[in-house]
Ligand binder design. Structure first.
Ligand code: 5GP
Ligand code: MN
Length: 337
């Protein structure tokens, strides 16, 4: 993988560009894709954003979201666009398998793949150009750096700022995590000087759920949360029946894993959801517990130090049992703060 600045001169010639991100895009994934989309359109490129799957309704307000293709419902059209692309930007993911059914076509496409990402241990060999920086708060912050460093700060529009702000807000837990560095606040200060209205973005993302989502959260916190103070771990599991009963949609479970982390003394929070064809894991930690390594080792996943995910083909019960067994091996790490 060559450094991203080697790519800048190539962007002066109009090209066919695809921007893609990880499955079930979150605000950082969708925000970085659309932020970059608005820049590349201004530079005269032919650009298509393709999401590997559907996404949460709370992202639909983002300028340009209405033009994004859902790969799973437009496979032939998306494959044709992917195969014709000169450049394929891969944003907010580190391995092609994070694009689910799209991974094969993405891996075989003749266009050059470009990585912009902040997850640990990226698959650098499959990218022609790129930047991977695990110290960055978000891919949105990295797209902002890309805009500035490639000499296009003058093109920063309100649309771009809205998309990028949403992703930084999402990945920093509304600017509370340690990853919210001075450069994050400098970016936000710049956006504010340029007239960004930030309050409405928080409302669009966090105050826009249907009632059923809160009934669902009430149910799982009351009936599905197990707290083990001996190892400072809280665990929530969600069955298919729970999802059905509360009509849980994509995005409704976003942030759920953070509730148990708010319990005094809890160092590790885990959430297991019996999704369509897979069991999906989310892990969040405080302090020195490494979620990325834990998820990689036991649950076919990865991510960041304090936030990671994983997946499994095994049953809900098998996953619960596996978690309860392996977590005992981390007792000494989890006991101390
Ligand atoms: P979340 O728990 O919000 O789904 O994901 C937390 C972090 O872990 C995100 O940065 C996400 O990209 C990453 N992540 C989630 N699921 C997986 C997975 O199955 N595999 C890998 N490698 N990373 C994941
Ligand atoms: Mn991210």
């Amino acid at each position: 993988m060559q450094a991203i600045n080697e790519l800048y001169p190539l962007l002066n010639t109009p090209a066919k560009v695809v921007i893609t991100t990880h499955q079930k895009p979150d605000p950082d994934a969708m925000g970085s894709s659309l932020g970059l989309y608005h820049l590349l359109i201004q530079l005269g490129h032919e650009v298509q954003v393709i999401s590997p799957t559907n996404w949460a309704a709370f992202l639909n307000w983002m300028p340009g979201c209405e033009k994004v293709l859902n790969y799973e419902t437009t496979i032939d059209k998306s494959n044709a666009i992917l195969n014709a692309a000169d450049f394929i930007f891969c944003l907010d993911f580190n391995a092609l398998n994070r694009t689910k059914r799209m991974a094969e076509v993405l891996g075989n496409a003749k266009g050059q793949r470009i990585l912009i990402d902040h997850h640990r241990e990226p698959q650098t060999e499959v990218f022609a150009y790129g930047v991977s920086n695990v110290t960055k708060s978000s891919t949105c912050e990295m797209v902002y750096d890309f805009i500035v460093e490639s000499g296009h700060k003058d093109k920063l529009s309100n649309e771009m700022m809205q998309c990028l702000y949403a992703g930084v807000m999402g990945d920093t837990g509304s600017f509370r995590f340690a990853s919210a560095s001075a450069t994050v606040f400098e970016m936000v200060a710049e956006f504010k000087r340029r007239g960004l209205e930030h309050t409405v973005i928080h409302e669009n993302v966090y105050d826009n759920f249907l009632e059923n989502r809160f009934r669902f959260i009430g149910h799982v916190l009351l009936n599905r949360m197990e707290v083990n103070y001996e190892i400072n771990t809280a665990f929530i599991w969600v069955s298919k029946q729970d999802l059905l009963r509360y009509q849980v949609k994509t995005g409704d479970t976003e942030g759920l894993v953070n509730y148990p982390l708010g319990i005094q003394g809890i160092k590790l929070a885990a959430l297991l959801i019996d999704r369509d064809e897979k069991r999906k894991w989310s892990f969040r930690s405080k302090g020195d517990f490494d979620c990325n390594t834990f998820a990689r080792r036991h649950f076919n996943g990865g991510g960041h130090f304090n936030a990671a995910g994983g997946e499994s083909d095994d049953s809900l019960e098998a996953n619960i049992n596996l978690f309860k067994t392996v977590i005992q091996n981390y007792k000494s790490e989890l006991e101390t703060f």
